[in-house]
Design a protein around this ligand. Structure first.
Ligand SMILES: [Fe+2]
Length: 232
């Protein structure tokens, strides 16, 4: 074996070790990161949100579901007017054209999931402080009232969809969207989101969506991220 073959073999073994490690995101995602439709990797490892969201759930939710939305978007836009646009531009443009529903659904789901990962963190949840705390107080009167309204939206979204905290002008609002729908097409600024598709919680909570929503509110919300999304 010459030096070049040795180097090749070392690199292959390193790549295999990386792929076998369940705490790392797949290599295909690193390649996808170069594309305008690709999100950054979540800011944590598969097990970072345990015990509230298991490594197994993140392995599937990020590694399979989210990745499929990214891959599908990339495939669908090849050779179209969407090639070369940013993810947000693809979403806005395709939302106005019902014939491009497949592009919209996959692009919007790519964005929604990227936003979801950032909306959560280990050791999150609880009462917001600082500017976001004041904004919640101003719009809801209390953190408890915000929790009540967010929980209601997440629980009453029939079937698949999302619960959101959004900014509408000077006020914050809780809304829910169905399937892949996303607040940006309604002129709203997303602040936080929670995925209530069954794939987001079924492995950990089965039919107990309320427990999943409670865990998000009490232990997972990334208030720093929420605050960074405030405008004005
Ligand atoms: Fe999802």
């Amino acid at each position: 074996m010459d030096r070049r073959d040795f180097l090749k073999m070392s690199l292959s073994l390193s790549a295999m070790a990386f792929l076998d490690d369940p705490n790392h995101w797949s290599v295909s995602r690193a390649t996808a990161a170069d594309s305008p439709v690709s999100p950054a990797s979540p800011p944590y490892t598969n097990d970072a949100l345990e015990p509230y969201i298991s490594a197994r759930t993140l392995e599937f939710h990020y590694g399979k579901h989210h990745q499929a939305y990214i891959d599908n978007t990339q495939k669908l836009i090849v050779g179209t007017e969407y090639a070369g646009l940013s993810l947000k531009e693809i979403i806005q443009k395709s939302s106005k054209n019902p014939e491009h529903a497949a592009i919209f659904n996959n692009a919007a789901q790519s964005f929604n999931h990227e936003f979801l990962w950032k909306s959560m963190k280990s050791g999150g949840g609880g009462e917001p402080k600082g500017r976001i705390g004041q904004a919640i107080e101003k719009s809801y009167g209390s953190h408890a009232q915000f929790q009540k309204e967010f929980s209601h939206a997440a629980m009453t979204q029939f079937g698949s969809g999302w619960a959101w905290l959004v900014q509408d002008g000077a006020v914050l609002k809780v809304i829910k969207t169905a399937n892949a729908d996303t607040p940006m097409t309604q002129g709203l600024t997303p602040i936080l989101t929670l995925d209530v598709w069954e794939h987001a919680y079924y492995l950990d909570y089965q039919n107990r969506r309320a427990d999943y929503v409670r865990a998000y509110l009490d232990h997972l919300i990334n208030w720093s991220f929420a605050e960074s999304n405030l405008t004005g």
